[in-house]
Design a protein around this ligand. Sequence first.
Ligand SMILES: Nc1nc2c([nH]c(=O)n2[C@@H]2O[C@H](COP(=O)(O)OP(=O)(O)OP(=O)(O)O)[C@@H](O)[C@H]2O)c(=O)[nH]1
Ligand SMILES: [Mg+2]
Length: 152
Amino acid sequence: MSTDKAPASAVKKSSPAAQRKVLVAVGVIENSQGEIFICRRGADQHQANKWEFPGGKVEAGETVAQALARELAEEIGIEVHACQPFMQIEHDYGDKHVTLAIRKVTAFSGTPSGLEGQPSRWVSVSELNQYDFPAANGPIVDKLNQAVSCKL
Ligand SMILES: Nc1nc2c([nH]c(=O)n2[C@@H]2O[C@H](COP(=O)(O)OP(=O)(O)OP(=O)(O)O)[C@@H](O)[C@H]2O)c(=O)[nH]1
Ligand SMILES: [Mg+2]
């Protein structure tokens, strides 16, 4: 038997189930008028052409807040100064299982725009229901609407 093989532990690949699991940092960004910034996903992306709250996958060694700051700088050109936990959602799309770690961006600088060519806009919370979001996003839109209906 050959003895020059790497030990099994060194070549072990993560299971197919683990490979389709992703942790995603998602930013709910609000302006002084209470509007929320949303972007449209590309035609070649997962959940193609749906609207989203900007963000992306957390990379190895990053915290959610670090990933959020990196993604929002890359995708929409803002610098995040502070964020707060908003909610966490687990959703299985069949081809992919996502954990959305959603943060409310409470302080940022810069003017957000779609730096990757993606359509983007500020919309009032009551208008969010008119946009086609990925199925996982339903509870985010509901929670934002509940917060608005509680304001006097
Ligand atoms: N950014 C973002 N991703 C979402 C939302 N809702 C949702 O289900 N996702 C899912 O989260 C996953 C990762 O998001 P992403 O595609 O933005 O990741 P990324 O920026 O790192 O993209 P990349 O893979 O092109 O580098 C996708 O499967 C996407 O469908 C959302 O509101 N915002
Ligand atoms: Mg993204």
